[in-house]
Design a protein around this ligand. Sequence first.
Ligand SMILES: Cc1ncc(COP(=O)(O)O)c(C=O)c1O
Length: 400
Amino acid sequence: MTYDIELFRAQFPALATGTAFFDGPGGTQTPRPVIEAMAHALAGPLSNRGHGNPAERNAETIVAEARHALGDLLGADPSGVVFGRSATQLAYDFSRTLAKSWSPGDEVVVTRLDHDSNIRPWVQAAEQAGATVRWAGFDPDDGELRAEAIAEVLSPRTRLVAVTGASNLIGTRPPVPEIARLVHEAGALLYVDGVHLTAHSLVDLDELGADFYACSPYKFLGPHMGVLAARPQLLETLAPDKLLPSTDAVPERFEYGTLPYEMLAGARAAVDVLAAPGAHPERDRREQLVAAFELLGKHEESLRSRIEDGLAGLPAVRVHSRAAVRTPTLLLTLDGRETRDAAHHLAQRGVNAPSGSFYALEASRHLGLGDDGGLRVGLAPYSNTEDVDRLLEGLADFLR
Ligand SMILES: Cc1ncc(COP(=O)(O)O)c(C=O)c1O
């Protein structure tokens, strides 16, 4: 089976603009089935969840189907799938809930590699609880965040470790299963930011060893919302602040107010679009996803090599994405030239590859790039060789 990239691309109205999108790590383009699923949900009939009439039942079905789809995508129990507005909001909510049991002397570990949304909520929650924050670094030369860096800052007082599944700035994928073993040996919980990883790799909550795993469907062809997966048994032990009349059931206990049903319908459709290249009558959706992500991985790998080979011929380009295991997301700086000017030059040629530190502020500083970061080139499931060649030509033209 091969990945039919042109068939895949035909689903995206935005690709008809002729733009080459390398800004997927900031948010992917939306395929028609997702747009249609959202419109269909709103066309209804649709009202609050319940079983009394078709409108209520539609809302129930949408929520159940979305939990099931995200469970398939994340290798998680659908009853442990929590929906929220964004991964940032979920990190704030869960940090507040977990911090209720922290006290002075307790420790929380964050990393220099993470997006700020998996750092600041923990730092601030720790400060409010009087707990101590311990920082794990990464190697700025090779971009690796090694398990030893986490081991060094673990102690019997560690309550929680927050680590990224993949860096949205340089693509590094830390060895999460190994980190999880260390964290659990220390008696702590592991919160994994999977926002960047989920677009590129099919995860399994248990294999990863994450206690909490957060992601954002708008990074993998879906709508703008956040998702968190955890074992329902763990969620049962947590007591978030909540309204008096709202249900205490898991996972609803963690979902504030009315769920955005149209977004949930879109998220379910996004999982189906991701699974489609692996479609086979004898496979369930998880098995289709396994097959599809294998094809996607090969596709993205070949495009990444094409970019890297092309960049090797441009002497002014420095590539900061060097970890042995990483996503196809490259951070570049250009000797003697501003990357924001390069981004502008590319945009004028219909190539979207923005410049910045993309909220991975600590990582950008740790790499010696200050708050400016660099030019980020991220592949998405719809990227093709023509996009890559246009990017390389645009960069060569800028540097000429
Ligand atoms: C790695 C990573 N974590 C977290 C976030 C924040 O996600 P959200 O916009 O859903 O809050 C982003 C967004 O760019 C990200 O790339």
